[in-house]
Design a protein around this ligand. Sequence first.
Ligand code: NAD
Ligand code: PRE
Length: 328
Amino acid sequence: MTLPTPSTAPGAPLVPVLVVVGVGLIGGSFAAALRQVGQVGKVIGVGRQVASLERARDLGLIDDFLPLEHAVAHADLVLLSVPVGATEATLAALLPHLPEHAVVTDVGSTKRDVIAAARAAMGDRINQFVPGHPIAGSEQSGPDAAQAGLYQGRDVILTPLLQNTRADVEFVQLAWELCGADVRLMTPELHDRALASVSHVPHLLAFAYMGQVIGAPDTALRLDLAGSGFRDFTRIAGGSPDMWRDIFLANSDVLLDEVAQVRGMLDMFERAIRHGDTEQLTMLLQAISSVRRNWGEAHAADASAVDAPSAGGVQSAGDAPPASSPEV
Ligand SMILES: NC(=O)c1ccc[n+]([C@@H]2O[C@H](COP(=O)([O-])OP(=O)(O)OC[C@H]3O[C@@H](n4cnc5c(N)ncnc54)[C@H](O)[C@@H]3O)[C@@H](O)[C@H]2O)c1
Ligand SMILES: O=C(O)C(=O)C[C@]1(C(=O)O)C=C[C@@H](O)C=C1
Protein backbone atom coordinates (compact mmCIF):
# COMPACT_ATOMS: atom_id res chain seq x y z
CA MET A 1 0.00 0.00 0.00
CA THR A 2 1.30 3.49 -0.82
CA LEU A 3 1.68 5.79 2.12
CA PRO A 4 -1.04 8.43 2.09
CA THR A 5 -0.47 12.15 1.78
CA PRO A 6 -0.50 13.55 5.33
CA SER A 7 2.57 11.64 6.53
CA THR A 8 5.50 12.55 4.34
CA ALA A 9 8.54 12.83 6.62
CA PRO A 10 10.26 9.50 7.36
CA GLY A 11 9.44 8.36 10.90
CA ALA A 12 6.56 10.83 11.18
CA PRO A 13 3.32 9.46 12.60
CA LEU A 14 0.64 8.54 10.08
CA VAL A 15 -1.69 11.15 11.59
CA PRO A 16 0.12 14.34 12.66
CA VAL A 17 -3.06 15.89 14.11
CA LEU A 18 -6.13 13.81 14.92
CA VAL A 19 -9.34 15.53 15.94
CA VAL A 20 -11.86 13.34 17.71
CA VAL A 21 -15.37 14.74 17.79
CA GLY A 22 -17.13 12.88 20.61
CA VAL A 23 -14.45 11.45 22.88
CA GLY A 24 -16.33 8.47 24.24
CA LEU A 25 -15.88 4.70 24.03
CA ILE A 26 -15.29 4.50 20.29
CA GLY A 27 -13.50 7.79 19.58
CA GLY A 28 -11.38 7.54 22.72
CA SER A 29 -10.36 3.98 21.87
CA PHE A 30 -9.30 4.99 18.35
CA ALA A 31 -7.10 7.78 19.74
CA ALA A 32 -5.64 5.46 22.39
CA ALA A 33 -4.91 2.72 19.85
CA LEU A 34 -3.11 5.07 17.43
CA ARG A 35 -1.18 6.62 20.29
CA GLN A 36 -0.11 3.20 21.56
CA VAL A 37 1.58 2.44 18.25
CA GLY A 38 3.09 5.91 17.97
CA GLN A 39 1.11 6.79 14.85
CA VAL A 40 -0.50 10.00 16.03
CA GLY A 41 1.25 13.30 16.73
CA LYS A 42 -1.38 15.27 18.60
CA VAL A 43 -4.95 14.40 19.55
CA ILE A 44 -7.46 17.22 19.98
CA GLY A 45 -10.85 16.41 21.47
CA VAL A 46 -14.12 18.13 20.74
CA GLY A 47 -17.26 17.66 22.80
CA ARG A 48 -20.19 19.12 24.59
CA GLN A 49 -19.19 18.52 28.19
CA VAL A 50 -16.02 20.09 29.57
CA ALA A 51 -15.92 17.62 32.48
CA SER A 52 -15.90 14.68 30.07
CA LEU A 53 -13.17 16.26 27.91
CA GLU A 54 -11.08 16.95 31.03
CA ARG A 55 -11.50 13.32 32.00
CA ALA A 56 -10.40 12.24 28.50
CA ARG A 57 -7.32 14.44 28.85
CA ASP A 58 -6.56 13.06 32.33
CA LEU A 59 -6.82 9.53 30.90
CA GLY A 60 -4.33 10.49 28.17
CA LEU A 61 -6.82 9.89 25.34
CA ILE A 62 -6.46 13.45 24.09
CA ASP A 63 -3.74 16.06 24.50
CA ASP A 64 -6.14 18.95 24.64
CA PHE A 65 -9.64 20.03 23.74
CA LEU A 66 -10.87 22.98 21.72
CA PRO A 67 -14.11 24.29 20.26
CA LEU A 68 -14.97 22.49 17.01
CA GLU A 69 -13.96 25.29 14.63
CA HIS A 70 -10.53 25.77 16.22
CA ALA A 71 -9.80 22.07 16.53
CA VAL A 72 -10.74 21.23 12.96
CA ALA A 73 -8.58 24.00 11.51
CA HIS A 74 -5.50 21.98 12.60
CA ALA A 75 -6.73 18.56 11.54
CA ASP A 76 -5.18 15.99 9.23
CA LEU A 77 -7.81 13.42 10.21
CA VAL A 78 -11.17 14.06 11.87
CA LEU A 79 -12.91 11.10 13.52
CA LEU A 80 -16.62 11.70 14.00
CA SER A 81 -17.76 9.54 16.92
CA VAL A 82 -21.11 10.96 17.94
CA PRO A 83 -24.56 9.32 17.72
CA VAL A 84 -25.49 8.96 14.04
CA GLY A 85 -28.36 11.45 14.33
CA ALA A 86 -25.83 14.21 15.08
CA THR A 87 -23.85 13.61 11.87
CA GLU A 88 -25.31 16.27 9.60
CA ALA A 89 -25.24 19.12 12.12
CA THR A 90 -21.70 18.26 13.21
CA LEU A 91 -20.34 18.05 9.65
CA ALA A 92 -22.09 21.27 8.65
CA ALA A 93 -20.52 23.04 11.62
CA LEU A 94 -17.01 21.78 10.94
CA LEU A 95 -16.92 22.11 7.14
CA PRO A 96 -16.06 25.84 6.88
CA HIS A 97 -13.00 25.25 9.07
CA LEU A 98 -11.81 21.99 7.52
CA PRO A 99 -8.46 22.21 5.68
CA GLU A 100 -8.55 21.08 2.04
CA HIS A 101 -6.12 18.21 2.69
CA ALA A 102 -7.91 16.86 5.78
CA VAL A 103 -9.91 13.63 5.72
CA VAL A 104 -13.06 13.11 7.79
CA THR A 105 -14.19 9.63 8.72
CA ASP A 106 -16.87 8.34 11.07
CA VAL A 107 -17.68 5.31 13.21
CA GLY A 108 -21.46 5.39 12.96
CA SER A 109 -23.31 2.10 13.29
CA THR A 110 -25.43 2.81 10.22
CA LYS A 111 -24.12 3.92 6.88
CA ARG A 112 -26.84 4.90 4.37
CA ASP A 113 -28.18 7.69 6.61
CA VAL A 114 -24.71 8.85 7.61
CA ILE A 115 -23.70 9.13 3.95
CA ALA A 116 -26.91 11.03 3.10
CA ALA A 117 -26.25 13.37 6.04
CA ALA A 118 -22.65 13.87 4.93
CA ARG A 119 -23.71 14.66 1.36
CA ALA A 120 -26.27 17.20 2.64
CA ALA A 121 -23.71 18.85 4.93
CA MET A 122 -20.61 18.72 2.75
CA GLY A 123 -21.89 19.21 -0.78
CA ASP A 124 -19.05 19.26 -3.27
CA ARG A 125 -16.53 18.55 -0.51
CA ILE A 126 -18.05 15.08 0.07
CA ASN A 127 -14.84 13.62 -1.38
CA GLN A 128 -13.21 14.40 1.98
CA PHE A 129 -15.58 12.05 3.85
CA VAL A 130 -14.70 8.35 4.07
CA PRO A 131 -17.49 6.45 5.88
CA GLY A 132 -16.53 3.74 8.38
CA HIS A 133 -17.79 1.53 11.19
CA PRO A 134 -15.81 -0.59 13.65
CA ILE A 135 -17.57 -3.83 14.62
CA ALA A 136 -16.33 -3.56 18.17
CA GLY A 137 -17.66 -1.90 21.26
CA SER A 138 -19.68 -2.57 24.36
CA GLU A 139 -22.68 -1.38 26.32
CA GLN A 140 -20.45 1.14 28.10
CA SER A 141 -20.07 4.79 27.15
CA GLY A 142 -17.79 7.71 27.77
CA PRO A 143 -14.03 8.20 27.97
CA ASP A 144 -13.57 5.86 30.94
CA ALA A 145 -14.75 2.96 28.76
CA ALA A 146 -12.11 3.61 26.07
CA GLN A 147 -9.41 0.96 25.57
CA ALA A 148 -6.39 0.97 23.28
CA GLY A 149 -6.95 -2.72 22.50
CA LEU A 150 -10.62 -2.44 21.54
CA TYR A 151 -10.04 -2.87 17.80
CA GLN A 152 -7.39 -5.57 17.97
CA GLY A 153 -8.41 -8.30 15.56
CA ARG A 154 -11.85 -6.79 14.99
CA ASP A 155 -13.48 -5.95 11.68
CA VAL A 156 -13.81 -2.35 10.57
CA ILE A 157 -16.08 -1.75 7.61
CA LEU A 158 -15.45 1.09 5.21
CA THR A 159 -18.11 2.01 2.66
CA PRO A 160 -16.12 4.34 0.38
CA LEU A 161 -17.82 6.83 -1.90
CA LEU A 162 -17.21 7.17 -5.64
CA GLN A 163 -15.97 10.69 -4.89
CA ASN A 164 -13.26 9.51 -2.47
CA THR A 165 -9.69 9.40 -3.68
CA ARG A 166 -7.89 6.12 -3.36
CA ALA A 167 -5.25 7.81 -1.20
CA ASP A 168 -7.85 9.03 1.31
CA VAL A 169 -9.50 5.61 1.58
CA GLU A 170 -6.07 4.01 2.06
CA PHE A 171 -5.21 6.61 4.69
CA VAL A 172 -8.30 5.71 6.75
CA GLN A 173 -7.76 1.99 6.12
CA LEU A 174 -4.17 2.19 7.29
CA ALA A 175 -5.16 4.12 10.41
CA TRP A 176 -7.58 1.33 11.38
CA GLU A 177 -5.06 -1.36 10.54
CA LEU A 178 -2.56 0.35 12.83
CA CYS A 179 -5.22 0.08 15.55
CA GLY A 180 -5.08 -3.69 14.98
CA ALA A 181 -8.27 -3.96 12.93
CA ASP A 182 -9.09 -5.97 9.80
CA VAL A 183 -10.61 -3.62 7.27
CA ARG A 184 -13.39 -4.74 4.93
CA LEU A 185 -14.94 -2.71 2.15
CA MET A 186 -18.60 -3.01 1.20
CA THR A 187 -21.60 -1.04 0.06
CA PRO A 188 -23.67 0.88 2.61
CA GLU A 189 -26.72 -1.19 1.62
CA LEU A 190 -25.05 -4.51 2.39
CA HIS A 191 -23.67 -3.06 5.60
CA ASP A 192 -27.01 -1.77 6.86
CA ARG A 193 -28.87 -5.01 6.04
CA ALA A 194 -26.31 -7.28 7.70
CA LEU A 195 -25.84 -5.07 10.75
CA ALA A 196 -29.61 -4.74 11.17
CA SER A 197 -29.68 -8.50 11.58
CA VAL A 198 -26.64 -9.15 13.74
CA SER A 199 -26.47 -5.96 15.79
CA HIS A 200 -29.60 -3.84 15.68
CA VAL A 201 -32.19 -6.64 16.04
CA PRO A 202 -30.41 -8.24 19.04
CA HIS A 203 -30.21 -4.87 20.76
CA LEU A 204 -33.89 -4.16 20.07
CA LEU A 205 -34.88 -7.59 21.40
CA ALA A 206 -32.73 -7.15 24.52
CA PHE A 207 -34.30 -3.75 25.23
CA ALA A 208 -37.81 -5.10 24.54
CA TYR A 209 -37.32 -8.19 26.70
CA MET A 210 -35.81 -6.16 29.54
CA GLY A 211 -38.72 -3.75 29.26
CA GLN A 212 -41.16 -6.63 29.66
CA VAL A 213 -39.31 -7.94 32.74
CA ILE A 214 -39.26 -4.58 34.46
CA GLY A 215 -42.96 -4.11 33.74
CA ALA A 216 -43.91 -7.30 35.62
CA PRO A 217 -45.55 -7.17 39.07
CA ASP A 218 -42.77 -9.27 40.64
CA THR A 219 -39.80 -7.64 38.90
CA ALA A 220 -37.68 -7.52 42.06
CA LEU A 221 -37.99 -11.28 42.58
CA ARG A 222 -37.26 -12.01 38.92
CA LEU A 223 -34.16 -9.84 38.89
CA ASP A 224 -33.03 -11.40 42.14
CA LEU A 225 -33.25 -14.90 40.68
CA ALA A 226 -31.78 -14.02 37.29
CA GLY A 227 -28.69 -15.99 36.33
CA SER A 228 -26.09 -15.97 33.63
CA GLY A 229 -28.54 -16.61 30.79
CA PHE A 230 -30.33 -13.42 31.72
CA ARG A 231 -27.00 -11.62 32.15
CA ASP A 232 -25.75 -12.71 28.71
CA PHE A 233 -28.99 -11.89 26.94
CA THR A 234 -29.57 -8.48 28.55
CA ARG A 235 -26.02 -7.07 28.79
CA ILE A 236 -26.59 -5.01 25.68
CA ALA A 237 -29.83 -3.54 27.05
CA GLY A 238 -27.53 -1.36 29.16
CA GLY A 239 -26.31 0.46 26.03
CA SER A 240 -26.52 4.20 25.42
CA PRO A 241 -30.16 5.25 24.86
CA ASP A 242 -29.13 8.15 22.61
CA MET A 243 -26.97 5.93 20.43
CA TRP A 244 -29.57 3.17 20.05
CA ARG A 245 -32.48 5.59 19.45
CA ASP A 246 -30.53 7.06 16.54
CA ILE A 247 -29.57 3.65 15.13
CA PHE A 248 -33.11 2.23 15.29
CA LEU A 249 -34.52 5.30 13.54
CA ALA A 250 -31.71 5.56 10.98
CA ASN A 251 -31.98 1.93 9.88
CA SER A 252 -35.73 1.61 10.41
CA ASP A 253 -36.65 0.13 7.01
CA VAL A 254 -34.37 -2.90 7.09
CA LEU A 255 -34.60 -3.18 10.89
CA LEU A 256 -38.39 -3.50 10.77
CA ASP A 257 -38.12 -6.00 7.94
CA GLU A 258 -35.70 -8.13 9.99
CA VAL A 259 -37.94 -7.79 13.06
CA ALA A 260 -40.87 -9.11 11.01
CA GLN A 261 -38.77 -12.14 10.09
CA VAL A 262 -37.79 -12.73 13.71
CA ARG A 263 -41.48 -12.50 14.59
CA GLY A 264 -42.06 -15.25 12.02
CA MET A 265 -39.53 -17.43 13.85
CA LEU A 266 -41.19 -16.64 17.18
CA ASP A 267 -44.53 -17.66 15.67
CA MET A 268 -42.99 -20.93 14.54
CA PHE A 269 -41.73 -21.63 18.07
CA GLU A 270 -45.06 -20.58 19.53
CA ARG A 271 -46.98 -22.97 17.27
CA ALA A 272 -44.67 -25.87 18.08
CA ILE A 273 -44.93 -25.24 21.83
CA ARG A 274 -48.70 -24.66 21.76
CA HIS A 275 -49.32 -27.91 19.87
CA GLY A 276 -46.79 -29.90 21.87
CA ASP A 277 -45.04 -30.61 18.56
CA THR A 278 -41.94 -32.31 19.96
CA GLU A 279 -40.57 -33.18 16.55
CA GLN A 280 -40.81 -29.65 15.17
CA LEU A 281 -39.44 -28.10 18.35
CA THR A 282 -36.50 -30.52 18.43
CA MET A 283 -35.75 -29.90 14.76
CA LEU A 284 -35.76 -26.13 15.27
CA LEU A 285 -33.60 -26.25 18.39
CA GLN A 286 -31.09 -28.73 16.93
CA ALA A 287 -30.62 -26.82 13.68
CA ILE A 288 -30.20 -23.47 15.39
CA SER A 289 -28.03 -24.71 18.25
CA SER A 290 -25.59 -26.45 15.94
CA VAL A 291 -25.03 -23.36 13.79
CA ARG A 292 -24.62 -21.15 16.87
CA ARG A 293 -22.14 -23.59 18.46
CA ASN A 294 -20.04 -23.74 15.31
CA TRP A 295 -20.01 -19.98 15.00
CA GLY A 296 -19.16 -19.59 18.69
CA GLU A 297 -16.32 -22.10 18.55
CA ALA A 298 -14.79 -20.57 15.43
CA HIS A 299 -14.95 -17.07 16.88
CA ALA A 300 -13.87 -18.02 20.40
CA ALA A 301 -10.70 -19.65 19.02
CA ASP A 302 -9.52 -16.38 17.58
CA ALA A 303 -12.11 -13.70 17.00
CA SER A 304 -9.44 -11.71 15.19
CA ALA A 305 -8.61 -14.32 12.58
CA VAL A 306 -12.08 -15.50 11.67
CA ASP A 307 -14.20 -13.24 9.54
CA ALA A 308 -17.93 -13.21 10.05
CA PRO A 309 -19.89 -14.81 7.20
CA SER A 310 -19.78 -12.42 4.28
CA ALA A 311 -22.53 -11.63 1.81
CA GLY A 312 -22.09 -11.45 -1.93
CA GLY A 313 -20.36 -8.31 -3.17
CA VAL A 314 -18.33 -7.86 0.03
CA GLN A 315 -14.63 -7.32 -0.47
CA SER A 316 -12.71 -8.70 2.48
CA ALA A 317 -9.09 -8.24 3.40
CA GLY A 318 -9.15 -11.92 4.45
CA ASP A 319 -10.50 -15.01 2.74
CA ALA A 320 -13.95 -15.05 4.28
CA PRO A 321 -16.01 -18.17 3.59
CA PRO A 322 -19.29 -17.67 1.71
CA ALA A 323 -22.36 -16.90 3.76
CA SER A 324 -24.33 -19.89 5.01
CA SER A 325 -27.69 -19.75 6.74
CA PRO A 326 -29.33 -22.37 8.88
CA GLU A 327 -32.02 -24.36 7.06
CA VAL A 328 -34.72 -24.61 9.66
N1 NAD B 1 -20.81 1.57 21.50
C1 NAD B 1 -20.55 0.70 20.57
O1 NAD B 1 -20.49 -0.49 20.82
C2 NAD B 1 -20.32 1.19 19.17
C3 NAD B 1 -19.67 0.36 18.27
C4 NAD B 1 -19.42 0.82 16.97
C5 NAD B 1 -19.85 2.08 16.59
N2 NAD B 1 -20.50 2.86 17.49
C6 NAD B 1 -20.90 4.20 17.05
O2 NAD B 1 -19.96 5.10 17.61
C7 NAD B 1 -20.56 6.37 17.85
C8 NAD B 1 -20.19 6.82 19.25
O3 NAD B 1 -20.62 5.84 20.17
P1 NAD B 1 -19.87 5.61 21.56
O4 NAD B 1 -20.22 4.24 22.00
O5 NAD B 1 -18.47 6.05 21.52
O6 NAD B 1 -20.70 6.62 22.48
P2 NAD B 1 -20.21 7.48 23.72
O7 NAD B 1 -21.46 7.91 24.41
O8 NAD B 1 -19.20 6.77 24.51
O9 NAD B 1 -19.53 8.74 23.03
C9 NAD B 1 -20.28 9.61 22.23
C10 NAD B 1 -19.78 11.03 22.36
O10 NAD B 1 -20.59 11.87 21.55
C11 NAD B 1 -21.05 12.99 22.31
N3 NAD B 1 -22.38 13.36 21.81
C12 NAD B 1 -23.54 12.75 22.08
N4 NAD B 1 -24.56 13.36 21.44
C13 NAD B 1 -24.02 14.36 20.73
C14 NAD B 1 -24.55 15.36 19.89
N5 NAD B 1 -25.86 15.42 19.63
N6 NAD B 1 -23.70 16.22 19.33
C15 NAD B 1 -22.38 16.16 19.60
N7 NAD B 1 -21.81 15.25 20.41
C16 NAD B 1 -22.64 14.37 20.97
C17 NAD B 1 -21.08 12.50 23.74
O11 NAD B 1 -21.00 13.59 24.65
C18 NAD B 1 -19.87 11.59 23.78
O12 NAD B 1 -18.70 12.34 24.03
C19 NAD B 1 -22.04 6.21 17.56
O13 NAD B 1 -22.32 6.72 16.29
C20 NAD B 1 -22.24 4.70 17.53
O14 NAD B 1 -23.29 4.33 16.66
C21 NAD B 1 -20.72 2.47 18.76
O1 PRE C 1 -20.45 -5.59 22.22
C1 PRE C 1 -21.38 -4.82 22.32
O2 PRE C 1 -21.93 -4.60 23.39
C2 PRE C 1 -21.87 -4.11 21.16
O3 PRE C 1 -22.98 -3.72 21.24
C3 PRE C 1 -21.00 -3.84 20.00
C4 PRE C 1 -21.72 -3.62 18.69
C5 PRE C 1 -22.43 -4.92 18.27
O4 PRE C 1 -21.73 -5.91 18.13
O5 PRE C 1 -23.64 -4.93 18.11
C6 PRE C 1 -22.71 -2.52 18.83
C7 PRE C 1 -22.89 -1.61 17.89
C8 PRE C 1 -21.99 -1.46 16.81
O6 PRE C 1 -22.23 -0.56 15.88
C9 PRE C 1 -20.93 -2.40 16.70
C10 PRE C 1 -20.73 -3.30 17.67
